[in-house]
Design a binder for this molecule. Structure first.
Ligand SMILES: Cc1ncc(COP(=O)(O)O)c(C=O)c1O
Length: 442
């Protein structure tokens, strides 16, 4: 203390943050993502937000949850309010096996570890495996908050391009060869094979097998993140990669999209040896995942028609996907976009010389928000891409949102055309993969 009541501050601080100089090196990767910064603006009611990935929880009948709550408290109140096991409630882990069976996974209840959302499983797996400088392979584009986690462990994220059939196996082989030649260690491949976030594409079955084989040959773990697999529209996606490889895959699941994210319950299904360490890491982080939430979900799964509820969600999201695709065709036919067979997202490609991040304030002024493509790459790619979420707004709002977006994009195109008649504009080279799908599949 310098003066009574005035704590001294380290010299390395700044005016904004007096503790700046004391942070661990790993926090350098903890910068606010575009998505996060957006939330404040995009949540204003007059803005049509096509930016976030919030599930439409109002599609869940309140009485289903209220009924589960009453029964759970009546039958298991003290247990719900108590600490629990670091691995999770056994009854729920049994039920999770039933959920995963829908995607072809057969597993032992011993190998399921309940986590605080799958986001926390990403953190725990990273904590177990990543040393500073280790390489994580991730689809390009990839889930933004997974990359925040990998960055916070000072990993070196290398993207593998995708096309409309998901990750490109040959590109994976090339990336591995290049990274190995540089003497770096690859710890795992992070993939969202079904209805990916943000690209909305699905890895074909043949490619799933090929990717597994490549990773097995190169002793690379596969981290399969599957929040959206049960939310398919036309036909189910291929079975999970974990369904054919129990030793080489850590599989992540969640109740966030098929029930509600407010419970914060997800899980990891890990190879036997890894599972022990995961439980220890889970205990170190949270002692035990929420007993209350787990018992609520367990009660819901045993008493409610949860499969019927997932069907209801699929219908709601399919209608919204259709609204978005037809609005894109109507208002923005000059763009290219992916056609998701499930999940929450469409990935759109703007003309080469456009910068979606720079355009965002103009979009918000027109009362529409999206997520700029650069948020989904660790290397600055995605400048002329945007992610459009159709999960939350109603079909009418989606159509209005795309109409507003079209005025912004068309205004921008006009401006660029005017400029390019006098000053040549630098163009972004066409990239292989999803940033420039071969045809307008919309
Ligand atoms: C691909 C992906 N993984 C993980 C998560 C985190 O989900 P949870 O709510 O289970 O933590 C999300 C959420 O949007 C996601 O899209």
């Amino acid at each position: 203390m310098t003066n009574a009541g005035t704590p001294s501050r380290p010299d390395s601080g700044t005016n904004l943050d007096p503790w700046y100089g004391l942070y661990a090196d790993r926090t350098a990767g903890l910068s606010a993502s575009e998505v996060r910064a957006l939330f404040a603006v995009a949540s204003r009611p007059e803005v049509v937000s096509l930016a976030g990935g919030m599930p439409f929880v109002s599609g869940l009948p309140a009485e289903l949850v209220a009924g589960a709550f009453e029964r759970m408290m009546r039958d298991n109140g003290p247990q719900a309010l108590q600490y629990g096991s670091g691995q999770g409630v056994p009854a729920l882990r049994e039920q999770i096996l039933e959920v995963m069976a829908l995607e072809g996974i057969r597993a032992s209840v011993d190998d399921v570890v309940v986590t605080t959302g799958s986001q926390h499983a990403l953190e725990l797996v990273s904590k177990l495996f990543l040393n500073p400088g280790d390489v994580v392979l991730a689809e390009g584009p990839s889930y933004v908050t997974a990359m925040v986690v990998f960055n916070s462990f000072q990993a070196d994220i290398n993207h593998v391009p995708m096309d409309e059939f998901g990750l490109i196996p040959q590109a994976l082989r090339e990336a591995i060869a290049r990274i190995k030649a540089a003497g770096k260690t690859i710890k795992f491949l992070y993939t969202i094979p079904s209805f990916s976030n943000p690209a909305g594409v699905t890895l074909t079955w043949e490619r799933r097998l090929e990717v597994l084989e490549i990773c097995r040959d190169n002793e690379i773990l596969v981290l399969e993140d599957n929040p959206y697999g049960l939310l398919y529209f036309d036909s189910p996606p291929p079975h999970a990669m974990r369904s054919v490889d129990e030793d080489g895959v850590i599989y992540l699941g969640t109740f966030s999209k098929t029930l509600a994210p407010g419970f914060r319950v997800g899980w990891a299904l890990a190879p036997h040896a890894i599972r022990e360490k995961l439980i220890l890491a889970n205990e170190a982080a949270v002692l035990s995942p929420s007993s209350f939430s787990q018992l609520m979900i367990s009660e819901y799964l045993s008493a409610a028609d949860w499969k019927g509820q997932i069907d209801t969600f699929r219908g709601i999201y399919q209608e919204r996907r259709d609204a978005m695709l037809s609005a894109l065709a109507e208002f923005l036919p000059q763009l290219r976009w992916t056609v998701p067979g499930g999940g929450f997202y469409v990935w759109a490609t703007l003309p080469d010389n456009m910068d979606s991040k720079a355009m965002l304030p103009r979009a918000v002024r027109e009362l529409v928000a999206y997520t700029p493509g650069t948020a989904f790459y660790a290397d600055g790619s995605g400048r002329n891409n945007i992610r459009l979420s159709f999960c939350y707004p109603t079909p009418e709002f989606i159509r209005e949102g795309i109409r507003r977006l079209s005025t912004v994009i068309n205004g921008e195109i006009d401006l660029l055309n005017t400029f390019s008649q006098t000053t040549p504009l630098a163009t972004v080279p066409l990239k292989q993969g999803i940033a420039s799908p071969p045809s307008n599949i919309g």
